[in-house]
Design a protein around this ligand. Structure first.
Ligand code: IYR
Length: 232
């Protein structure tokens, strides 16, 4: 291998890339069918209490764990909660914070106006109705065996990508979720007994949508509004 070819180092170990190669026709077909699938994803705030097999959630988590991450540090922890007592405690703590946000003016008027059409309130019954809650924590730094810390790189970017892949995996298998960020979220660190290097990033209630669930009528920006083709 010539000197100016990747990999530029003898460090590390390299194996042949194993990604799929597809025909043009197959690519077109997969591109549009994936778009059509994703276009039907919605955030759901009303869940059926019916149980969902745990292995489905585990598969979604391991799928999210395929996300790229800064220096491949995989700075995420997915905490899975299914027991009614913990879900109830999360609901009560979240509602206490949200009551302050919505009713005691911690959420400024213009913010409340901005979300009014989503139909939310301080009440969070979905935190008990959904059979599962996953709280995604970001690992702000790493902790070695001996307890010493090492820096993590691009944590928000990495965990944000993993969150997106998690949502996509759930939607692809027919489960519904909500990207919920009770504010502030610090109560989750103590309630779920997480170590000091972890911060709650997003909370996901997960389950089947309740029958007759409604969602706000929202428009997504068309391609023209989100794509700028740079011309030199
Ligand atoms: N955290 C609150 C308020 C809220 C904020 C935004 I930005 C939303 O998109 C939706 C809700 C809540 O969970 O109700």
């Amino acid at each position: 291998m010539s000197e100016d070819q990747y990999p530029y180092t003898d460090d590390g170990e390299f194996v042949p890339y194993d990604g799929p190669l597809r025909s043009d026709g197959e690519m077109k077909e997969r591109a549009s069918s994936f778009y059509e699938l994703m276009a039907r994803r919605r955030s759901i705030r009303t869940f059926d209490t019916a149980p969902v097999p745990k292995d489905l959630i585990e598969t979604a988590i391991v799928t999210a764990g395929t996300a790229p991450s800064g220096a491949h540090q995989q700075p995420w922890t997915f905490v899975l909660i299914g027991d009614p007592d913990t879900k109830r405690r999360i609901r009560l703590a979240a509602e206490e914070e949200e009551r302050t946000n919505y009713l005691d003016g911690r959420m400024p008027e213009d913010w409340q106006e901005e979300i009014a059409r989503l139909g939310t309130s301080w009440q969070k019954p979905y935190l008990e109705d959904a059979p599962w809650i996953v709280v995604l924590f970001e690992q702000r730094y790493g902790v070695d065996e001996d307890g010493s810390r090492h820096k993590h790189y691009y944590v928000k970017e990495s965990v944000g990508i993993a969150a997106g892949m998690f949502i996509s995996a759930l939607h692809n298998m027919g489960l519904a979720t909500l990207t919920h960020t009770p504010s502030p979220m610090a109560f989750l660190t103590t309630l779920l007994d997480r170590p000091a290097n972890e911060r709650p990033f997003i909370l996901f209630p997960i389950g089947y949508p309740a029958a007759q669930s409604v969602v706000p009528r929202l428009e997504r920006k068309p391609l023209d509004d989100i794509l700028v083709e740079y011309e030199n």
